[in-house]
Design a protein around this ligand. Structure first.
Ligand SMILES: C[S@@+](CC[C@H](N)C(=O)[O-])C[C@H]1O[C@@H](n2cnc3c(N)ncnc32)[C@H](O)[C@@H]1O
Length: 237
């Protein structure tokens, strides 16, 4: 049975869903990815290489898992996480405790980022594009707020290409993950949405094309962890 909402209800549906699962979100992520998720995020931050003293942005930041890593690169600069689900950022508040004035959460919509043009040197986004109503608009907004020379990297789930791996991945993602979500996160529906939204998501080549269409240049991507995730990178020249 599909749990995917119609496009006109998607934003509210997504916000409510993440508000429900906010308190257990990190725990479920670590278990469901066998602890690989933080390594993927670290790699994304390495790719965008935020400059010391610069400004970095994480779009759809959730509980802020990218922010300590971004802040460790920008140091006395600023790492900002933006999201429209306030309970996710509240759950992540302790991660910002040691970062003082060098990291902050901001409430806002990825489709209308609350920042002036050309504000950020480096932009990350992880597991967000599946959840937005308009992926092209989200990439266009990130492009708008990127400074010339800025780099953006997008981490998302993908479907493995090897048929055997793909079958095993599907069994795990669609059969096991909803139960992990139920047991550790108390919400089977949200973790049924996850594999279903992944199935409906454009493939890596299409995603790269969307980035190019809104202006990102030198766009490339690599698949990681047997093709279960894709990391796309682009630059604003
Ligand atoms: C799967 S979580 C990812 C959180 C975090 N980036 C991570 O790596 O764990 C998706 C996040 O995107 C946020 N989100 C989805 N659509 C959004 C939008 N249009 N504007 C702002 N945030 C959005 C959700 O509120 C949620 O916190």
């Amino acid at each position: 049975m599909s749990v995917l909402p119609p496009p006109e209800e998607k934003a509210r549906y997504v916000e409510r869903m993440f508000a429900r699962i906010a308190s257990g979100y990190d725990r479920v992520n670590r278990v469901m990815t066998f602890g690989l998720d933080q390594g993927w995020r670290r790699h994304v931050v390495e790719l965008v290489a935020p400059p010391i003293g610069g400004r970095s942005l994480d779009v759809g930041t959730g509980t802020g898992d990218f922010l300590p890593e971004l802040a460790s690169w920008t140091r006395h600069g600023l790492a900002v996480g933006v999201d429209f689900t306030l309970p996710m950022m509240q759950a992540g508040q302790p991660k910002l405790a040691d970062l003082g004035p060098h990291a902050a959460f901001v409430g806002g919509d990825a489709l209308h980022l609350p920042f002036p043009d050309q504000s950020f040197d480096a932009i990350t986004t992880g597991f967000v594009m599946r959840n937005v109503v308009d992926i092209r608009q989200a990439f266009a907004e990130m492009y708008r707020v990127a400074r010339p020379g800025g780099i953006m990297a997008c981490l998302e789930v993908a479907r493995p290409r090897n048929p055997m791996v793909r079958m095993g991945h599907r069994l795990y993602f669609e059969g096991v993950v909803p139960w992990i979500g139920q047991i550790l996160g108390g919400d089977r529906r949200a973790y049924t949405y996850l594999p279903q939204s992944a199935r409906a998501f454009p493939g890596p080549e299409q995603l790269a094309e969307l980035m190019r269409e809104v202006g990102w240049q030198f766009v490339s991507y690599r698949l990681h962890s047997l093709g279960a995730v894709a990391i796309h990178v682009g630059a604003r020249v």
